[in-house]
Design a protein around this ligand. Sequence first.
Ligand code: ADP
Ligand code: MG
Length: 341
Amino acid sequence: MMRTARLSALLLALALLAGCAPGSREDTVHFTAMDTVIQLSVYGCDHGEETLSEARQLIQELDGLLSTTDEDSQIHALNQGETVALAQPVQALLERALALCADTGGAFDITIYPVVRAWGFTTDSHQVPTQEELSALLARVDYRQVEPQGGTLTLPQGVELDLGGVAKGYASQQVAQLLREEGVDCALIDLGGSIQAIGSSPDGDPWSVGIRDPRSDSPEDYAAVVRVTDQAVVTSGMYERYFEQDGVRYGHIIDPDTGYPVDNGLASVTVVSPDATLADALSTALFVMGRDGAAQYWRGREDFEFVLMGEDGSIAISEGLEGSFSLAGEQGSVSLEVIRR
Ligand code: ADP
Ligand code: MG
């Protein structure tokens, strides 16, 4: 929670450095939803307050539909085996998410929930499941079993959905659309570290978004800054949710092939894209793919760039970020690799 608030503080500070004109109108709201701290800021909008309250309502509605834990949510009902007439945003996100599951070859899989629960990440009472338990649960994991019929869905017995890997990105995309419709051309949407920038900062410079140093316990330590205009910047970090047992660190991103938390040397993955839903899903998927798999996947597409931070402190960026990425502070010793097409 704190990390998010501090990230927001840094964003604002950087926005000010970038020249947010003193005196230009700024409206901001903070609240908690989707299990995280949310900050929305719009600049130079004469109906900013009303617009932000609409945006807040929109996020709360989406949270109410998509939450795995809220007993009134559509996802909860689906996971109970009920047949659900999907609300329009749930149907839209589900279709998008299923397409991303297929496109990533199942590295992203929205049916991973039973495995996430077995590791205790849903309740914070963490444990290492037995191999037998994992094998049994993995038999229930396969996004291809999710087949909406028109606007209606019934999940097969034992299959459960978790849209947690895309929900924040989708919500920030929906908020961005709402703000643009309201004529806002300068705003920052921060959903627990999923950032969506609208336009550039008020003086015309790009927004500067800090990327946390994944090896530091302090959420205030930034390893890098990326400058963006009209883009989402979404990071999945090993530091977000993990537990340690017998000296091993287990993180909250699960490899759907093994049922084990990803352990491939990556400490965080950041995806930069105009499409926040894509960025959110891919920050999880590239983590599962690992460095080489991520690079190969990126070479096959044109719609995103990435930053990979390793547990050894190394950093790799895709070449599209070369002009907009910079290391924070005195990081002369960091190895920075540019991955090319
Ligand atoms: P966060 O929600 O912590 O910002 P992510 O966007 O990286 O992080 O999503 C991680 C969440 O997605 C996990 O908490 C879990 O619910 C779910 N998840 C874990 N592994 C996968 C996976 N391989 N595919 C899809 N969702 C996953
Ligand atoms: Mg994600």
